[in-house]
Design a protein around this ligand. Structure first.
Ligand SMILES: [Zn+2]
Length: 374
């Protein structure tokens, strides 16, 4: 699944005869209690939507209900941490997208698909690779936005340790050196494979996994030019399945992404203050979005701002005023956060939901990197 392509297609859906139902579920259920909460959340939201739309959305809501049940029972996508569902029967839309990061539960019925959380995922989880090493084997587990990819096993024919006593002591120390030599080559081979993958596919982060001594030894063989991408290491044993390694690495990767995101926001705010190819604050961002000039939109997670959007020229404005300030035609109420996300995606830009950022909050919660200076 190409998430970016799906996002672009979803962002073009609007103006169907009936609204679109968008549902986000956190499916990383640790216990029965959390699972029950998801079940209740869906049940209540479905009942509310059925009452509000009186039969208009029945087939869409039936589909959501059936999919939701399968998810909660973990009959579908048991490995996913979050699932997004979109339904709009008259537009031929029935989409279910599992991802590797948990969503906040959300249930939205609107003219267009609610895409903010999905767009945020895309940036939250850049491509990474988890590298398991021990003395004679290696495993590479690539991790993309959609989850772990197929694991690559790297094996070499290093003979195992043999405990020998007495006179063989000398031979053993030799043998040890021999093993060391093989280990060196094994690690070199793993390192060369890793370097190839990382540079060839633009992998941003590496997490090492294994016993500490193996990881430490392996690190010496990683060339300097990719060593900077090592985010950290986690303990792991050879027999453990890839999904456990991914689970352990996920906090490290999320932390590194948050730091990188905060630095990107810092740079945008500095650039905006200098009047370069960036803007900060709602008014500036709305104007840039209207021109299709936004390359990357940064908005604080949970950003909400009531405003209006013009059905005629598409302009967005804060406040309650009915007339469009550009073309004077009537407007309709929107949440400006959601409307901005849709506009930016529809014009080929990217969206990053920012977890916490004091200066961004001070600037009004939104900023953007632009394709050109305004
Ligand atoms: Zn207008």
């Amino acid at each position: 699944m190409d998430l970016e392509a799906r996002l672009a297609e979803l962002s073009r859906i609007s103006g169907a005869a009936t609204p679109v139902v968008s549902v986000y579920l956190n499916t990383r259920w640790a216990d029965e209690h959390q699972r029950e909460r998801a079940r209740v959340f869906l049940k209540n939201e479905l009942a509310r939507a059925r009452a509000a739309y009186r039969g208009v959305l029945d087939s869409d809501l039936d589909w959501i209900e059936a999919q939701g049940r399968a998810l909660v029972e973990q009959a579908r996508f048991p490995e996913a941490h979050g699932v997004a569902l979109f339904a709009c029967g008259v537009a031929g839309l029935r989409e279910i997208l599992p991802v590797r990061v948990p969503f906040e539960d959300a249930f939205v019925v609107a003219d267009t698909p609610f895409l903010g959380p999905l767009a945020a995922v895309h940036e939250l989880v850049p491509t990474a690779v988890i590298v398991f090493v021990d003395a004679e084997s290696g495993r590479l587990v690539p991790v993309s936005d959609e989850g772990p990819g197929p694991e690559v096993a790297l094996e070499s024919d290093v003979p195992g340790h043999h405990r020998r006593g007495g006179w063989a002591q000398l031979a053993q120390s030799r043998y040890q050196r021999h093993i060391q030599d093989h280990r060196g080559r094994h690690f070199e081979a793993v390192s060369a494979t890793l370097t190839h993958l990382v540079e060839g596919q633009g992998v941003k982060r590496i997490v090492l996994a294994g016993e500490p001594r193996n990881v430490a030894e392996f690190t010496k063989h990683v060339p300097e030019r990719i060593a900077g991408r090592i985010t950290g290491s986690v303990a792991a044993a050879r027999h453990e399945p890839a999904h456990l390694l991914v689970e352990r690495a996920s906090d490290l990767l999320a932390g590194a992404n948050l730091l990188e995101e905060a630095e990107a926001v810092d740079r945008v705010l500095v650039e905006a203050a200098k009047g370069g190819r960036a803007v900060a604050g709602l008014e500036g961002v709305l104007a840039a979005a209207g021109l299709g000039a936004i390359h990357v939109l940064y908005l604080l997670r949970g950003f909400r701002e009531p405003g209006r959007a013009c059905g005629e020229c598409g302009a967005m404005q804060p406040g309650e005023t009915d007339a469009c300030r550009v073309c004077r035609r009537p407007t309709k109420p929107v949440d400006l956060g959601a409307a901005l996300v849709e506009r930016v995606l529809a014009t080929g830009g990217a969206v990053e939901a920012v977890e916490l950022h004091a200066e961004l909050a001070q600037a009004g919660g939104v900023a953007a990197r632009l394709r050109y200076s305004l």
